[in-house]
Design a protein around this ligand. Structure first.
Ligand SMILES: N=c1c2ncn([C@@H]3O[C@H](COP(=O)(O)OP(=O)(O)OP(=O)(O)O)[C@@H](O)[C@H]3O)c2ncn1[C@@H]1O[C@H](COP(=O)(O)O)[C@@H](O)[C@H]1O
Length: 104
């Protein structure tokens, strides 16, 4: 998934760029709430394509979702490394076992 790391680095680099020349800079300049709103919109569009079963459209919307997720995380100072550390923490723990431990 080096593509995601490259994209994350691009987003970080664009953060201080001129909003007139970068969608990322423009979105970040609008604040974390707007970034979260856009992420929500893109997630809904992906849900619609998943329900419809359009593989090509779902792939495209999934790319939008990942991009907007990274922008939203950046807006709140959460790094991809933070998320990867959380994923690593969960690795090897069954989701069923984790759920059971929460309901005790
Ligand atoms: N992956 C993306 C990416 N995915 C989606 N988008 C943009 O996200 C926007 C969302 O589209 P919408 O139709 O929902 O938004 P809109 O209707 O144009 O805007 P609103 O009316 O909702 O405000 C579009 O303008 C897309 O171009 C992206 N913009 C940038 N990237 C990546 O970020 C890099 C840097 O981009 P810039 O910051 O623009 O230089 C690019 O090279 C890409 O790798």
């Amino acid at each position: 998934m080096s593509g995601i790391r490259d994209l994350d680095a691009t987003i970080a680099a664009r953060a201080g760029a001129d909003p007139d020349g970068s969608w990322t800079a423009k979105l970040l300049a609008k604040g974390p709430e707007k970034c979260a709103e856009k992420f929500g919109e893109e997630a809904i569009e992906a849900i619609i394509e998943a329900v419809k079963g359009d593989r090509e459209r779902l792939t495209s919307e999934a790319a939008d979702v990942l991009y907007h997720l990274l922008v939203m995380l950046h807006a709140r100072g959460v790094t991809l490394a933070d998320v990867e550390a959380e994923l690593d923490r969960r690795a090897g723990v069954s989701g069923l076992a984790e759920k059971a431990s929460r309901s005790e």
